[in-house]
Design a protein around this ligand. Structure first.
Ligand code: FMN
Length: 300
């Protein structure tokens, strides 16, 4: 038995993130490290599958970072050598359960001074959520040493349809039998094993420098320039929408309008933004793009 204390903690609604973490931590358990696995749940859990109405209804609280009470969970230790924190992106923000965990006073005490590796399984827009997670980790005094991001690799409009088929239908199956499977692919989930091998080396050496570089060399972090540009534009719009819905006297009606805004943003707004960017901005902004990439992907 290797004497390292590792906690792997996340919320997972469909089980996808849980499966990712299980594969990722397998090399650690194979090396004799006992990994304490905790799946958190809100007291009032989000029923799955979603209805369209409930799905959009969580947008304001997700975007504005409003926490919910979590069902009590007991940790075996008061301090860990490493915490593996799983989170998902909900409306370009940390999911409400992940955000609630990071605002939990007793969990914040455990995070303080502890090396943390974050891991997500998103549709494909996880960057703004990651910025939120980084801020919450910083606020707790955690030592953020690594990050892994897995996504659905299909074309953005395609995964937009297929994720709704999954979230509202409840099954990770092919929409109409012709679309690709939604979510992170089985091969990518299984592939997290190799990131776990890299993590193991650093954990055993107690040396976190170089971990993120090594993970990035293994393509552990899904990055797409076009999606980064879209997320950079969308962040403030979502905050404005969240406030607008909260102020509205007709919440359900405002959320329907938000839903149509999203459709228009994806199918009309996004191509326009990307064409303008390709012609007028990208060719002249290499320094700015580098800074934006660092803002989104950097750990510190
Ligand atoms: C309410 C809601 C909003 C979501 N918004 C996003 C998003 O903005 N970007 C993204 O990449 N994925 C988004 N997803 C997909 C999740 O990040 C995640 O991949 C999916 O819910 C499966 O996670 P699980 O492990 O909890 O089952 C959303 C999912 C839900 C339920």
């Amino acid at each position: 038995m290797v004497n390292k204390k590792v906690l792997a903690i996340c919320f997972t609604q469909t089980g996808q993130l849980g499966e990712i973490i299980d594969n990722f931590t397998r090399p650690l358990t194979a090396a004799g490290i006992s990994v304490e696995n905790i799946r958190i749940k809100p007291v009032k859990d989000y029923p799955f599958p979603w209805t369209g109405e409930r799905f959009y209804d969580v947008m304001p609280d997700a975007v504005l970072g409003v926490p919910v009470p979590l069902a009590p969970f007991l940790l075996k230790e008061t301090a860990y050598d490493l915490i593996i924190l799983g989170y998902q992106s909900w409306f370009l923000s940390p999911s409400i359960p992940a955000n609630s965990l990071l605002q939990d006073p007793s969990f914040k005490t455990v995070l303080k001074g502890t090396p943390v590796v974050t891991i997500t399984g998103a549709r494909n827009m996880w960057l703004n959520a990651f910025v939120g997670i980084k801020k919450l980790l910083r606020d707790s005094g955690a030592d953020h040493v690594g990050n892994i991001a897995l996504v659905d690799r299909h074309w953005n409009p395609v995964s937009y349809f297929t994720i709704f088929h999954w979230m509202l239908g409840g099954k990770k199956t092919k929409l109409l039998n012709i679309f690709p499977l939604p979510g992170v692919s089985d091969a990518d989930i299984a592939g997290t094993n190799k990131f776990g091998e890299t993590l193991l080396t650093h954990l055993l050496n107690g040396e976190w420098n170089g971990l993120q570089d090594a993970l990035e060399k293994q393509n552990a972090v899904a990055y797409n320039y076009h999606l980064m540009i879209l997320e950079a534009k969308a962040g403030s719009k979502y905050i404005a929408w969240a406030n607008k819905v909260n102020r509205s006297k007709n919440r359900a009606g405002s959320l329907v309008v938000f839903k149509y805004f999203l459709h228009i943003a994806l199918f009309i707004g996004a191509p326009v933004i990307l064409i303008v960017d390709a012609i007028f901005i990208k060719p002249f902004s290499s320094k700015k793009i580098k800074e934006l990439k660092q803002y989104y992907l950097g750990l510190k």
